[in-house]
Design a protein around this ligand. Structure first.
Ligand SMILES: Cc1cc2nc3c(=O)[nH]c(=O)nc-3n(C[C@H](O)[C@H](O)[C@H](O)COP(=O)(O)O)c2cc1C
Length: 363
């Protein structure tokens, strides 16, 4: 599967000042999503973070502006035809109730003609729950809460009658959602790196976004990948389910390997160190283990994994990810519009030749 990680926020995923056209605006993301769809991409969605004034700051004002990814995904769904849109939502902030999400997703399913899902996240950052007047529940408890939340949504979508349920965290009296999703249960997605997260995903998720367990360097990461992917898939099989495992690489490619490596160095050399310090500080205050192995400097390029090289190198690395058990990539670029275009023209035909993508006409 090919996914595009939309830059709905200032600076996308890369904390670098090297000039580029990447933009958080809806118009820019609409153009990108339509173009990704024309290239045959399967998924588009964005990240959800709650940040104080100025985002992560620095020269780039990293993530200062941040469109809501759920609302954006619904709007993008109504302006596209075949690509799957995912709305990211922190289900534990608020008071969010499962009945809200069940209704919203059923509605998005109708708007999109069955091309909508939710990326359910539980929130690892320390300061985010405080913005909602809450204290962050302990890590594994969050997944127990999300488990009850998702199970209620599933019952609302599938149950034949009004739902009355009194759980540990949520209660419903005679609750019902109509219309039901037109095409069965909406796609459920989660992003995890821990046993509790994988066990939640095993019960509810169709797609699991994993992070690199060994940092952003490709060769180090790929060595650790088969065991990591297997642990997610085995957890799902123990529940009698299959999940697809997707990872987020930043791809830096150019006509030759030398040119791609030079570009990679240029992005890194323009690292926005102040915003990187603030980003690293936030992660130190969170309880996600996803970024522990990542270098601060690697944040200038961003993404969970760096895939750098000529189109042939990139196709080869994506093939190696596939061999390691990965089912798809959620791609981030530095300068989205031209780099998506170059990827479509130069890398996609190689993926088709390698049997990793179904051949299709270039748009
Ligand atoms: C591809 C990907 C996308 C993610 N998107 C979000 C997001 O939008 N918002 C968020 O708070 N966390 C997001 N996360 C973080 C995860 O929800 C999770 O907190 C993190 O991977 C740590 O895993 P754990 O909760 O199993 O420890 C994302 C992680 C990955 C790998």
């Amino acid at each position: 599967m090919l996914g595009l990680f939309l830059p709905l926020q200032t600076g996308g995923w890369s904390q670098s000042t090297l000039p580029r056209g990447t933009d958080w605006t809806f118009a820019y993301n609409l153009e990108l999503t339509r173009r990704a769809e024309e290239w045959g991409f399967d998924i588009a969605f964005g990240l959800s973070q709650w940040l104080p004034m100025g985002g992560f700051g620095g020269e780039t004002g990293y993530r200062e502006n941040f469109l809501d990814p759920f609302v954006s995904a619904v709007a993008l769904a109504s302006a596209t035809r075949s690509i799957l849109l995912l709305g990211t939502v922190h289900v534990l902030y608020g008071p969010w109730h499962p009945l809200h999400l069940a209704k919203f997703l059923a509605t998005a399913d109708h708007i999109s003609g069955g091309r909508f899902g939710a990326n359910i996240v539980t929130g690892y950052a320390g300061n985010e729950p405080a913005m909602f007047g809450m204290t962050r529940p302990e890590h594994d408890k969050r997944y127990a809460m999300a488990d009850e939340f998702a199970a209620i949504c599933e019952d609302l979508w599938a149950g034949a009658d009004n739902l009355t349920f009194h759980g540990e965290h949520w209660s419903l009296e005679e609750a019902y959602v109509s219309p039901r999703p037109a095409f069965g249960r909406p796609i459920l997605v989660s992003a995890s790196g821990s046993p509790a997260g994988f066990s939640y995903a095993a019960k509810h998720s169709d797609i699991v976004f994993v992070s690199s367990p060994a940092g952003e360097d490709f060769d180090t990461a790929i060595a650790a990948m088969p065991a990591h992917v297997r642990s997610v898939k085995d957890a799902a099989r123990a529940e009698g389910r299959e999940v697809r495992v997707v990872i987020n690489p930043t791809i830096v490619t150019a006509p030759t390997r030398d040119a791609a490596e030079a570009r990679y160095r240029a992005i890194s050399d323009h690292a926005d160190l102040e915003s990187i310090r603030n980003f690293t500080g936030r992660h130190a205050g969170g309880d996600s283990r996803s970024w522990l192995e990542h270098s601060a400097r690697g944040r200038a390029v961003g993404g969970h994994l760096h895939v750098v090289g000529s189109p042939a190198d990139v196709a080869d690395k994506l093939a190696r990810l596939h061999e390691s058990g990965i089912d798809g990539v959620q791609i981030t670029f530095y300068d989205y519009v031209p780099e998506l275009e170059f990827f479509g023209q130069e890398v996609l035909p190689l993926l088709e030749k390698a049997g990793l993508r179904v051949p299709r006409e270039a748009p």
